[in-house]
Every structure is written in C-alpha cells, then in structure tokens.
Design a protein around this ligand. Structure first.
Ligand code: SF4
Length: 226
C-alpha cells in the first residue's frame, strides 16, 4: 500500500512569492495545485463571508451562517460540523465550488510552508501534514534569500506582536509575513536585514491602510479563514 508522497513540489520560491504577494495584495484567487486534498475544508476553520458576497450567501443555507464576531451586521462566518468539516463539503468536494466564499478562493496553505509556521490547532493535523509536504525549490541565491526573508518576517511578527497588528492565527500571520518580507531584504546583496518596528509599520500602512488605525483594531474574522 502506498502512502501520501513525502513532499510535493511547490516550484521555485521566488516565482511563487511574486505571484502570491500580488494575489494577497489584490485579494485575487490563488491557483493551488490541491489535487484531491481537502485538508483546509476539514480543519475546524470558520470561513469568513463578507456582506458583498451575495452570490455566495445565496448558495449557503441561512442556518449555517453566523454573525462574524466583532464585525457589523452583514458579516458572517460559515462554521463546521462536529468533525471539523465544512458543511458545504459533500462527497469529498465543495458543493458550492462556483459560488464559494472569497476566503476559500484566496486561501493558500503554502503560505504557512513558506513562513515556517504550523496550523494553530491540534485537530488540524491533516492540514499540518499537507503544509509539511510542500517543498519549494531554490534555483538561485535570490530564491533562498527571499525564503529566509519570509521566515524571518514571520518570526519577527511573532516576537513583536505587542507593537504590530499581528493577526490571530497561523495562516494570517504567514500571509502578513509574505506582505512585509521586503523589509527583511537588502536588495543590494541580496541579503537579510532586520528592520526596526517603524519600517514594518510603514510597509503595513502602505499595504493595508484601512487596518492601521488603530493598531489591533480587528482581531476577529477578517480575511481568509479564521
Ligand atoms: S490544504 Fe492546501 S492543498 Fe489542501 S485543499 Fe487546502 S489549499 Fe489545497
């Protein structure tokens, strides 16, 4: 009997980073080679559904949508069943795939692999296993430096969570590390540098101006899965 592959090729790191950084910035759909994996759909994750997602809301039974904590009326979360499964997952597939929430469209578990962070909950073992399987290539020194920069950014955010608007969970922290990784690279090298907190705040305010006043304004369901 053959088990799951030890690793899954995630491609050259710099190529993935450029595409993912742009997708996060524009909140665009990501292209993840999921294969038959549904780990993120079975990992006890609340899925945020925003007030503008009328098509999605129309395709989810109202009883499955709950008010998003800390957000105004019209913001929802889609919960999960007693086994941690998304209730819209039917026979191993998304029953509303063409109408799925934006959070699902932009979700990419490779950000955690890139940032070197693990999913938050013990019951997310399948997701953690998938994250560990991704293997990025480093065909050039730039690939390696950029990968180190994203990992350094994740560690830095964790260490400076009292001074920076660090998200409350691993996927969001990893996505933020992608967004601020430039602060950790000296392009002249390229080589790693450690920025001061102010430089990271400036980069954050450039990337997410609406979320910067005041810091830590919204720690609930915000973007991506919660
Ligand atoms: S855990 Fe990753 S690979 Fe699996 S379905 Fe979710 S995004 Fe795709």
């Amino acid at each position: 009997m053959s088990g799951p592959p030890e690793t899954i090729d995630a491609g050259p790191f710099a190529t993935w980073l450029v595409a993912t950084d742009a997708a996060i910035s524009a909140q665009e759909e990501t292209q993840v080679p999921c294969g038959g994996c549904t780990a993120c759909c079975t990992s006890s994750q609340f899925v945020y559904v925003g007030p503008g997602e009328l098509d999605t809301i129309a395709h989810i039974p109202a009883a499955l949508l709950f008010p998003a904590p800390g957000l105004p009326a019209g913001h929802y979360v889609l919960g999960y069943d007693e086994e941690g499964r998304c209730p819209m997952l039917v026979d191993g597939g998304c029953s509303i795939y063409e109408h799925r929430p934006r959070a699902c469209r932009v979700y990419d578990c490779r950000v955690m692999a890139a940032a070197g962070v693990e999913p938050d909950l013990p019951e997310q073992e399948d997701l953690a296993a998938r994250v560990r399987q991704w293997s990025f290539g480093h065909p050039s020194a730039t690939d390696r430096v950029l990968h180190e920069a994203v990992r350094a950014a994740a560690r830095y955010l964790g260490a400076h969570h009292h001074q920076l608007p660090v998200p409350p969970n691993a996927p969001q922290l990893a996505a933020l590390a992608v967004e601020v990784h430039r602060c950790f690279v000296d392009d002249e090298g390229p080589r790693l540098v450690e920025p001061d907190v102010q430089a990271v705040l400036v980069e954050l305010s450039r990337r997410r101006p609406a979320e910067m006043t005041p810091i830590r304004r919204r720690r609930g369901a915000r973007r991506g899965r919660t």
